[in-house]
Write a protein that binds this ligand. Sequence first.
Ligand code: ZN
Length: 192
Amino acid sequence: MTAIPEAELKAYLSSSGAFLDGHFLLSSGLHSPNYVQCALALKDPAWAGRMGAALVSAWKGPKPDLVLSPAMGGLIIGHEVARAFGVDFLFTERENNVMTLRRGFALKPGQKLIIVEDVFTTGKSTLETAAVAGGRGAVVIGAMSVINRMGSKALPFPSESLLKLDLTALPAEQCPLCRAGSPVVKPGSRKF
Ligand SMILES: [Zn+2]
């Protein structure tokens, strides 16, 4: 369980295609010179396991009773974090757009858990997952992600990420790439 040097992690994110340089139209409508598709970094099980172990070794809080992740993004890395902690892995999912626990998964009052995601972007899915846990009396002791791109925003519990990315996103009229005449690409609109 050792940390992954930042330069090595960044090189892997680029070589796996997870971290792209270019000119992207984000779902927010903003333009960005970078795009992150973490699923591409998690397709290699050895790397997924290594990233899960690195998150656990960086964690300074108490050991959780279980790991809880929102589907889909949190499934693989959450499972690997749970493996490294040696605890169970459960996931939440949306039903009629509401985050919920299904499939017979149950939480007991007082159970301590860590929420694990691939990327913290707005924190919305993490907070929705925390609400599901809190509604069942479980205690969220922290949250983890491979990448944190929340900028100056913070989650309301201790958190750990392997890489903090300060990704610039700007409206089209302020975008230097547009000004330079570069065509904007919508992620997913071509094969990455
Ligand atoms: Zn642009």
